[in-house]
Design a protein around this ligand. Structure first.
Ligand SMILES: [Zn+2]
Length: 150
């Protein structure tokens, strides 16, 4: 287990084991679901997951194309709104540096259009993580026309 400080969270994680686990996952939610918002996210994933988010995922051993879940809230025609996307990885929270922002719903601003949160509450993890101690990293990605062009 390696210790890593990510914004508010001091975690212990195992990036090698996480990486190995992701190799066994066939594909991400957005690539298998046929709903309009998943198709949209799948197409523009690389625009939505900015460099900051990508670097964090890389550090944790997470394959950014294999999200556990993604959903959109906003205008389903223009895709003006926000995506919430999350991933799981092997690890645990050691401590939270800002006790005023220690609830599961706390998000830290990453960029003007993105926020990140780490939580012990894991929603719909891939069964492959069964019996492993995992955490959830979630991103809120605001959409504006500019990230919808390849
Ligand atoms: Zn979908």
């Amino acid at each position: 287990m390696k210790e890593l400080t990510l914004y508010n969270w001091i975690i212990e994680h195992d990036p090698d084991a996480t990486l190995k686990t992701y190799r066994m996952i066939e594909s991400g939610c957005a690539d298998t679901c046929l709903c309009a918002s998943c198709k949209h996210y799948s197409k523009f994933r690389k625009n939505y997951l900015n460099e900051h988010a990508t670097q964090i995922l890389l550090k944790l051993g997470i394959d950014k194309t294999k999200e556990a879940e993604v959903y959109f809230t906003g205008d389903h025609k223009s895709f003006d709104g926000q995506f919430k996307v999350w991933f799981h990885f092997i690890g645990s929270i050691k401590s939270i540096t800002d006790i005023n922002h220690s609830s599961d719903s706390t998000y830290i601003k990453l960029t003007n259009t993105s926020m990140v949160s780490i939580s012990e509450l894991c929603e719909m993890p891939n069964p492959i993580f069964n019996r492993l101690k995992i955490l959830q990293i979630s991103f809120i990605l605001l959409t504006d026309g500019s990230n919808m062009h390849i």
